[in-house]
Design a protein around this ligand. Sequence first.
Ligand code: TMP
Length: 203
Amino acid sequence: MPGRFITLEGGDGSGKSTQSALLTQWLEAAGHTVEHSREPGGTPLGLELRDIILHRRGYMAPRAEALLYAADRAHNIATKVRPAIERGEIVIQDRYIDSSVAYQGAGRVLDATEIRDLSLWASEGLLPDLTILLDLDPTVGRGRLEGKKYDRLEAEALDFHQRVREGYLALAAAEPDRFLVLPATDSIDAIAERIRERVQPLL
Ligand code: TMP
């Protein structure tokens, strides 16, 4: 496809939105057209799904949660991301399939292969050209969220977030060509520089 698809992954508080904003600025300054998206909630329908997934009170069955993320993904990819890539744009997205494999697979202990297949069905097989994983010890991530009201996933216990972190690292180890893993505790500028170095050859 003519454009590029770059995703950012990592635990809550790892700095994904800061880095996607900096990367977007840098690419736009170099004359590229950038479409920013995020999951859940990259589209108007997705925003409604995001509200249900993260803020609806009470128990939600893990498979229902997985399907809601997949529904958000299907709509985001079909109506926003794929058209932008087909127009030759660079799509930068906070969270994608790897979030589902890490959170619903490793975190909720659903079958990782089934979760990945569900996501690939939802997205009609779209994989990122590059995935940046901002790796962070969840005890540090929680500190960064201090004062913020926790959503349903953030409210999960520490061992859930430890499993998510391990899940992410296993994904990155299995696909070293697609992943760039950076310690989220490095400075904002140092992380941004490493990301630019890795993105440059894709342009
Ligand atoms: P955000 O606050 O970073 O936008 O993400 C919302 C939460 O949703 C975050 O705790 C991670 C979680 N999540 C999943 O559990 N599965 C997914 O597929 C995605 C995209 C996010």
